[in-house]
Design a protein around this ligand. Sequence first.
Ligand code: GRF
Length: 200
Amino acid sequence: MTTNKTRIALFCSGSGSNFKALFEAIRNKQLPAEIVLCLSNRARSGAMEFAEQNGIATEHITEKQFGSFDEFAEKMVDRLKEHKIDIILLAGYMRKVPDAVVAAFPERMLNIHPALLPKFGGEGMYGIHVHTAVLEAGETETGATVHFVNEEYDKGEILLQRTVPVLPDDTPETLAARVLACEHALYPDALEKLLTLQRS
Ligand code: GRF
């Protein structure tokens, strides 16, 4: 069967809850896209297991497997080309994406961040640290951001953002759970927006 579905690679290091949400949403919303690859720096993770269970190809690729960072970057680009990837979605990928990969996917790579960028982004702002910083700053709202990836960490153009309230008795953990639930709806909406932009 011929298909013109957009071929997506997910880059994940962790549990992959956003991966699962995207996978379900593509099916439920009947988006013209297909997740065809899970790429990870970790051989075993929730994301990699989910991919395997759903017949999605996996690539475990880390810098340590190669003689140099440049070789690693080159091989990553090669693998993405072999899988005929159209767009990359970063979802909890805990490594810097090599510049060569960013350059190979201009306007075709997104990341999700658990805060309202440009606030609470950049070096050290990942996982629970983000939510701790939001609470320490006394914010009354936070949220999630999907943005294009460029060479500068968390600085690419924002595609979509959504807010969630910070409640008076929140801990970093309760806030993290509320933001993650928001992400699970936001990332599919951002993907849909990107697909519409690309196809218009
Ligand atoms: C999410 O909070 C995302 O914003 C951040 O990493 C986390 C990934 O979670 N970049 P999961 O692996 O999708 O559950």
